[in-house]
Design a protein around this ligand. Structure first.
Ligand SMILES: *Cc1c(COP(=O)(O)O)cnc(C)c1O
Length: 231
């Protein structure tokens, strides 16, 4: 295994690449979500010490342990993995953002369980933009209805859209998916002017995603080093 990168150097390098890609588009810098699935709390704390606030987790149970362990740091937690309805209550209590809302049932469950003592839960609609084999994400033509359902819930705050385009080796295909997402985002903003987040792009392709309009990129391995293979 290669040695893990020095966290503050890796973070600075990625923020600089994000800054360049954003400037080239004439925009404020896209936000970085540090994807911390499989990473233990000390690795997360090291990136946090270098200045990173927002972290993304895929699995609710795994995340809950880390959120608890790192609570004194006051970090912002995003769920970016598929959410089962039976985990909606735990999710609504522990996370700050859920990026993977893709069906009406989840909207109702998250709203019902968001504690009134907390700020409204930030929500992105996950769109299945091009991946026929993925079961996650709503279809593009379902976005408007889902957005209206979320906007009607005072305990939820609709912030925008999220996508995980198919990992096409052909970068032009990925670019086309990012571009289709940006068009959906612009169209949705006509009805919901407060939307500010288009979450797309990962370690391999975040610069391309920003060129096409991403306002948030989700980066794991480029920041923390290669992930250990799944058991
Ligand atoms: C794992 C993951 C990422 C980060 O992937 P890297 O290639 O390690 O940057 C981003 N988004 C989602 C939804 C993920 O599951």
């Amino acid at each position: 295994m290669p040695a893990p990168p020095d966290p503050s150097a890796a973070l600075a390098r990625i923020l600089s690449l994000i800054g360049n890609a954003s400037r080239a588009r004439g925009r404020p810098a896209a936000r970085l979500l540090a994807v911390s699935k499989t990473r233990p709390p000390p690795a997360i704390a090291a990136i946090a010490a270098a200045g990173q606030r927002a972290f993304g987790e895929n699995y609710v149970q795994e995340a809950l342990l880390k959120i608890e362990a790192l609570r004194p740091l006051g970090l912002e937690w995003h769920l970016i993995g598929h959410l089962q309805s039976n985990k909606a209550e735990l999710t609504a209590r522990a996370f700050d953002w859920v990026q993977t809302v893709d069906r009406p049932k989840l909207v109702a469950a998250l709203a019902r369980h968001r504690p009134t003592a907390l700020a409204p839960l930030n929500v992105l609609i996950q769109v299945n933009i091009d991946d026929e084999t993925s079961k996650s994400g709503c279809r593009p033509q379902e976005v408007a209805t889902l957005a209206a359902a979320i906007a009607a819930q005072p305990r939820l705050r609709l912030r925008g859209l999220m996508a995980i385009p198919a990992p096409e080796p052909d970068f032009d295909r990925r670019r086309a998916a990012f571009r289709a997402m940006a068009a959906l985002f612009v169209a949705l903003r006509a009805d919901h002017p407060g939307l500010d987040t288009l979450s797309m792009g990962m370690s391999e392709d975040f610069a391309t995603a920003i060129e096409e309009g991403a306002t948030m990129v989700r980066v794991g391995s480029a920041l923390f080093g290669p992930r250990p293979p799944k058991p």
